[in-house]
Design a protein around this ligand. Structure first.
Ligand code: AP5
Ligand code: NA
Length: 346
């Protein structure tokens, strides 16, 4: 149908395409690598044995991951129509890249990977301890993304034709110039640019590039820990999430015609929608412990559900309720995966 065809390619995202290597592990395993139960970190040399150990000793599962790619896959699942969303990121030339490509394409995502030969595709260790998950990303090829990929004529057209843009804070560790270029395109065309705080370490160690892009950001997503990390790094004298949200939306913005919105999730507690001085709460349907398979991907799925409605011009209320629906669904499945047809009703 004509209206649906017009949606092809309207959402563009950039991020780190990672294959998640996920396993339940004892607390001792975390201790051994000096990790905490809810970490999200980048792998250092000392973490490199984790991936082999998970495969050899803990019956690890391989699942499509990478934060932005997760969100876009979930958005595609809910939308049904293929190729509404376009994804850019860098992978190697290997079996892991094939798996990621296959999972993304079968979700209907229009994937345009930059391929870096001789560097392995990135992986993320997902260490599950009960209802917690600790992430350790080895970006590998994902770290080699360069702006000339976006400057390829076909990709350039895809970026220019999109109506919505979504990039994670995670991508700030890889290629800020690409982020700035996409953000500038969004601003010039007066199209929404959405971003995610992604992990506390982004605010702790990548505040300069984060602040550089913030004036372009129309909607900023984050969870509690990420919001607190941002506030701490800014030296804001508050631990009140509502106050942090108000300060986030009040940061400098280049297009004042579209005031910034902050959307802060807090696990099973209500989602906060902050616009100017107003804070609205959206309840979350609490899941029983026995329904929870793992929370890995909950934040990403929330964004995916949100985007699926946002690109259809739905109200923020509907977008957030769909975010909660999507997050609830993937929590009942391993990693950021779904089963069956989406059941979201406006
Ligand atoms: P991500 O999806 O971000 O994992 P996660 O979202 O951190 O999982 P969390 O449970 O922490 O969610 P959250 O805290 O963000 O949200 P909240 O709990 O508020 O990341 C996983 C992926 O990241 C992996 O696939 C990995 O590949 C990738 N990754 C790691 N490092 C990377 C890197 N450097 N670059 C790129 N990718 C990287 O919850 C959100 C919503 O969930 C709530 O609003 C609610 O709707 C729902 N919800 C949460 N808890 C409950 C509950 N108990 N009951 C009901 N609903 C709930
Ligand atoms: Na899950």
């Amino acid at each position: 149908d004509g209206a649906e065809d017009q949606r092809e390619g309207i959402l563009v995202g950039c991020g780190n395409p990672l294959l998640d290597i996920s396993a339940s592990v004892p607390m001792d395993f975390l201790k051994k690598y000096e990790m905490n139960e809810d970490d999200a970190i980048l792998a250092e040399e000392r973490h490199m044995p984790i991936y082999r150990e998970l495969v050899d000793g803990f019956q690890a599962e391989f699942l499509a991951g990478g934060s932005v790619q997760n969100s876009l896959r979930i958005a595609q699942w809910i939308l049904g129509q293929p190729k509404v969303a376009v994804f850019f990121g860098c992978v190697g030339e290997d079996e892991y890249a094939d798996i990621l490509m296959e999972k993304a394409r079968s979700a209907g995502l229009d994937v345009h990977y930059q391929i870096k030969k001789d560097v392995p595709t990135g992986t993320c260790a997902v260490l599950i301890t009960g209802t917690h998950r600790s992430l350790c990303a080895n970006l590998a090829a994902a770290n080699n993304f360069t702006i000339d990929h976006l400057d390829q004529p076909h990709n350039k057209t895809l970026v220019e034709n999109a109506l919505y843009y979504y990039i994670s804070g995670f991508f700030l560790t890889v290629n800020p110039p690409s982020i700035m270029q996409v953000a500038a395109t969004a601003l010039a065309k007066q199209r929404p640019f959405l971003m995610n705080l992604s992990a506390p370490f982004i605010s702790q160690f990548y505040m300069a590039p984060l602040l550089a892009v913030m004036p372009y950001v129309d909607i900023i997503f984050g969870n509690e820990a990420e919001a607190h990390a941002f506030a701490t790094a800014q030296g804001w004298p508050t631990e009140d999430l509502r106050e942090i949200g108000k300060r986030l939306v009040a940061l400098d913005k280049l297009n004042p015609a579209r005031p910034r919105i902050a959307i802060l999730t807090q696990g099973c507690d209500p989602v906060l929608l902050i616009q100017r001085d107003s804070v609205e709460e959206f309840p979350v349907t609490r899941l029983a412990v026995h329904e929870i398979v793992d929370t890995n991907g909950a934040g990403d799925a929330f964004v995916g559900g949100f985007l699926s409605q946002f690109v259809q011009g739905k109200s923020l209320d509907v977008c957030i309720r769909c975010g909660n629906y999507a997050a609830g669904h993937i929590i009942k499945n391993p990693g950021c995966t779904y089963t069956g047809e989406p059941q979201f009703v406006e």
